[in-house]
Write a protein that binds this ligand. Sequence first.
Ligand code: PAF
Length: 282
Amino acid sequence: MEIVKSIEVLDQYLSEARSQGKHIGLVPTMGALHAGHASLVKRSVSENDVTVVSDFVNPTQFNDKRDLQTYPRDLEADCSLLKSLGVDYVFAPSVEEMYPEPDDRQFSYPPVDTVMEGKYRPGHFNGVCQIVSKLFYIVNPDRAYFGEKDYQQIAVIKQMVKDLNLPVEIRPCPIVREEDGLALSSRNALLTPEERNLAVNISRTLFISKQYAKSHSLKETHDLVVNVLNSLEGLEVQYYEIVDGETLQPVEDWHDAASVVGCITVFCGSRPVRLIDNVHYI
Ligand code: PAF
């Protein structure tokens, strides 16, 4: 496994692989890797000849400076995990390498990028599109792998790929959870043990609501989730939206869309740590 910091060097390696007709899989990450990332990497390794994992905390997607500063980083631990998974290249560039000058490109994909995270984290998806499009241009992968915990991110990236006519197939991968149900996230590393115990209520409540939804209206189900979580000291729901799984627009009835997904963001603890999760109702 090679750890590559320069775009030019990565390009040399990948041009050679491409000239040999090899298929390239890309797993974009911001490091602080966990079993969720490992599942994406395993899938890429099994479906491609060459796997590139990018490990880069992208500053342009953080609308909160403190969030960027406290984002967990551990390149050494990441690399030992990636080596054990059979990755070929870890691309870990500096900010200067990725952004030699400010990126003033604007990406706008309403309605999928204006709701939920788009509303509460202005500029976030623009930054995601800036870095992911750069990675796609640099790596030119056949397939790219993203976790469904960031459900909205996948919808935005799919729109971008369509808009820019990029020849890459987006492969969404299921959420990986701790044994008790907590969705794996790099941000979990920021939780104290007490907050970690509290955080499990997010997935627990979503799973309960899936049962509840079978005999209750969409609004009753929505309110159950929000009320249960807000009643627990140390948790505060930022939003819970039950949306059409394709357009991400809010739905009012279970029969309003072919797929219905509940997307939640909760603040946990005093710092607080912002956690997201989602559940498929239909
Ligand atoms: O999902 C993430 O970790 C990031 O948003 C991504 C896709 C690696 C872009 O920085």
